[in-house]
Design a protein around this ligand. Structure first.
Ligand SMILES: [Zn+2]
Length: 296
């Protein structure tokens, strides 16, 4: 961002040459992970949510991909909002887990993986992919199909040199084993919505990944994360909202409200409290890190 700070700074921001109705995006903060294509947002809501986000200086949004329909919706948003929508195509572990059981469902996953292989060049990154062993996904069939889709996606990402957006819940040991098997990761990536311990974080750092911190930091509990945050290198931390999910506990946000990218600032303020830093500094560094990781 420093390269844009000239002594004679114009009063209004310069326009983006590709999308003249949007301001220059270079000085805006980036939400490391959100789902603006989620059908929970109506079209009118989304317009207001985007405006609120831009007003809060959060002007670029890295998406988390769910399934082929979601990738199409991301591209529609990108046509409207330009490069501020950073596309990410992948098969979410929930989408995969919900398809275990029948032969037909397995066929649907294999079909989606083939589509991912041919369409990944349209996306900036691959994800979200990974493992989720929450009790509702604990039957062996669900875990087996998740492992299969995870490994296939790692292969596709590596063949196409794409950064990864990893979703790992209650499955760090299993995911790390698979990630180590497929290492190295020259295109790196992020561990989205991380809430584990410093020891686990270090294992991901060793593989070259960065740790993405979301709304958990604003909530009661999550002591391991709150302790870990002080020891993580600044150039390995990024900040996300995971909107519309994981609404943070912030003074001006109702708990029944859908989460939105403007809340990134409140999340960064919580992070700043736990590591005695300045929230703007945290967001500036996170944005620089994301530009580097995603090549944006
Ligand atoms: Zn997500």
């Amino acid at each position: 961002m420093k390269e844009n700070q000239t002594p004679s700074k114009p009063k209004s921001p310069p326009q983006n040459p590709d999308f003249p109705n949007l301001p220059n995006l270079n000085n805006d903060w980036i939400d490391a992970h959100c789902h603006l294509a989620d059908p929970k947002y109506t079209e009118t809501d989304l317009e207001t949510i985007i405006q609120r986000s831009q007003k809060a200086r959060v002007g670029r949004w890295i998406q988390g991909g769910i399934c082929p329909e979601d990738w199409d919706r991301q591209l529609i948003l990108q046509k409207k909002y330009g490069r501020s929508i950073i596309t990410c195509f992948g098969l979410h572990p929930w989408w995969v887990a919900e398809r275990q059981g029948s032969q037909q469902a397995r066929g649907e996953i294999e079909e989606a993986l083939k589509t991912l292989e041919t369409r990944i060049s349209e996306a900036c990154a691959l994800g979200e992919l990974g493992l989720d062993f929450h009790p509702r996904f604990q039957n062996p069939n669900s875990q087996e199909i998740q492992r299969f889709a995870f490994e296939r996606q790692l292969e596709i990402a590596k063949n196409n040199q794409k950064p990864l957006v990893l979703h790992i819940v209650r499955a760090h040991a299993e995911a790390l084993e698979i990630l180590k098997k497929w290492s190295p990761y020259p295109s790196s990536g992020i561990i989205h919505s991380f809430s584990g311990s410093l020891e686990i974080a270090k294992e991901y750092l060793e593989l070259g990944f960065s740790i993405s911190i979301g709304g958990s930091i604003t909530k009661q509990g999550f002591q391991k994360l709150k302790k870990a945050i002080n020891y993580l290198p600044q150039d390995k931390i990024v900040i996300e909202t995971d909107s519309p999910d994981q609404t943070p506990e912030l003074a001006d946000v109702r708990s029944d409200q859908l989460n939105e990218p403007a809340n990134l600032v409140g999340i960064a303020m919580s992070v700043a409290q736990w590591c005695q830093s300045d929230y703007k500094e945290i967001l500036n560094t996170s944005t620089d890190n994301l530009k580097r990781i995603f090549g944006i």
